[in-house]
Design a protein around this ligand. Structure first.
Ligand code: HEM
Length: 455
């Protein structure tokens, strides 16, 4: 490794992909800094890469093989043990981490909660958060703002308002602090932990079982108990819907602990990922002022001065394409990992039980055999979504374990991005280009500094 590629002026910030082969301690240690640097340049050109670093692993970039792992043979490729070790302390055996029957009944119970109708009804919460975010940007006119920090605030408002709103048991800022602390801890993990940790790597489980986490769970339990005994007026939120829900097959309902673990899952899985999408989208708009201007013209024609609502989304196709293209270039879940249970063959390669199968979404989305000029920002690629091969574009995964919150996230991203573009012009801050760093999610190192002007 060591050699990095020069970033050309006409492509937005990218991770310099290492060009040497994996398998050397030196490169693994480098991975402590940035997992994406470990994805060799080859990963954007080959269908599969395999190696042994303590454990046998394979990286899959071939859409057919991805379909096999994520959809056709999902039982043979459960989420990797490490994913579970990392997430379980915070979110228990909830929807995100459970497998088999334990997963299935929770998915059946939660699926109606995320129906199109229920998510559309939560639009006003998103519009309100967009208004408040616009007010904070207005107060910062003429200055450089950390768009990531701002978007984390906005998306946390949305997710906490649709999970634990209305009660007095839930201290929003304490929960936000506990979750940020937890995400900060996960940032200390590396590819070593994901590919197969040697014994000396601290067990992630122990790292996360702090008092902040216990306190957060206690507060969530109280908020659920409170809601169970007193009706909340207005549109049902995710907690109301999940409280009322039951598994259509068995009639089983969630206990307080199961409700709490799933709601905390929605917060952990949903808020930073959406904030990342929005801050990378604002960065890309600043990077390409012509597209930003086109987006603004579209939004203004539909909204004039008001904030966007769910009903506007159908009239904002370019904003949606900007979001889609952002998720291609900077997929927040930049790679997924699975542990093979059975002997199998993928792209002609032997897979043995216990092998780690890595799905490097970042490399898939920039693969030369799947995309023209892959590093370029070009929302028009999504003008006809049907033209994109399904397993070549996986920001939300696919198959039965596909993100349950995808339409929630897309609705929120379009509403907030449209509202902000209508009112502000975003510019790059010289000398402060964001650097994508991959830990568990793909994050900008430090911040996304953007200049904010009246549009
Ligand atoms: C842009 C924002 C988001 C991105 C990029 C994203 C990405 C993903 C991905 C890639 C997966 C599949 C993981 C795997 O197969 O290993 C996933 C699963 C999941 N996501 Fe999201 N997500 C986002 C927003 C949300 C939101 C807003 C929520 C909830 C409100 C949410 C809740 C979940 C849950 C519960 C799962 C597990 C589903 C299951 O296994 O049945 N996500 N997400």
């Amino acid at each position: 490794m060591g050699k990095t590629e020069t970033v050309t002026a006409d492509v937005p910030a990218r991770v310099p992909l290492g060009i040497e082969r994996l398998g050397i301690w030196g490169s693994l240690l480098k991975g402590r800094r940035n997992v994406l640097e470990l994805i060799p340049e080859l990963a954007t050109r080959a269908p599969i890469l395999s190696g042994t670093t303590g454990k046998r692993w394979h990286m899959l970039m071939d859409p057919e093989a991805l379909r096999h792992v994520l959809r056709d043979r999902v039982e043979d490729y459960p989420k990797s043990i490490v994913t579970k070790l990392i997430l379980e302390p915070a979110i228990g055996n909830s929807l995100f981490v459970a497998e088999g029957a334990e997963w299935l009944w929770q998915r059946r119970t939660a699926a109606p909660v995320f129906s199109h109708r229920n998510i559309a009804a939560l639009g006003p919460v998103m519009t309100h958060a967009a208004e408040r975010s616009a007010a904070r940007f207005a107060a910062a006119l003429g200055r450089s703002v950390d768009a990531f920090d701002e978007m984390v605030t906005a998306t946390f408002e949305v997710i906490s308002d649709v999970t634990f709103s209305g009660g007095d048991a839930f201290d929003r800022s304490a929960v936000h602090k506990a979750i940020e602390g937890y995400i900060g801890q996960t940032a200390k993990l590396s590819v070593l932990d994901i590919i197969g940790a040697p014994a000396w790597v601290p067990r992630p489980g122990r790292m996360f079982a702090g008092p902040g986490m216990r306190n957060m769970k206690r507060m969530a339990d109280q908020a659920i108990e409170q809601r169970r005994t007193s009706d909340r007026p207005g549109i049902p939120d995710l907690l109301d819907l999940l409280l009322a829900g039951e598994d259509p097959k068995s009639g089983r309902k969630m206990t307080v602990a199961e409700l709490r673990d799933n709601l905390l899952t929605f917060i952990v899985a949903g808020h930073e990922t959406t904030a990342l999408t929005l801050s990378w989208a604002l960065y890309l708009c600043a990077f390409d002022p012509a597209i930003q201007a086109e987006g603004r013209a579209e939004v203004r024609a539909v909204l004039g001065e008001r904030a966007a609502t769910t009903a506007d989304i159908a009239q904002l196709p370019l904003i949606r394409r900007i979001v889609d293209e952002t998720l291609r270039l900077y997929p927040p879940a930049a790679f997924l990992s699975r542990t093979a249970q059975k002997a199998d063959t993928l792209c002609g390669r032997e897979i043995r039980p216990g092998d780690t199968v890595v799905l490097p979404i970042y490399a898939l989305h920039r693969h030369y055999s799947l995309w023209t000029d892959p590093d370029r920002f070009d929302p028009s690629r999504f003008a006809n979504p049907k033209a994109i091969p399904r397993f070549a574009y996986l920001p939300f995964g696919d198959g039965p374990r596909i993100c349950i919150g995808a339409s929630f996230a897309l609705q929120e991203a379009v509403i907030i991005l449209a509202t902000l573009l209508a009112r502000f012009k975003f510019t790059l801050t010289p000398g402060k280009a964001p650097k994508p760093v991959m830990i568990l999610t793909l994050r900008p190192e430090g911040a996304v500094w953007l200049g904010v002007e009246t549009a």
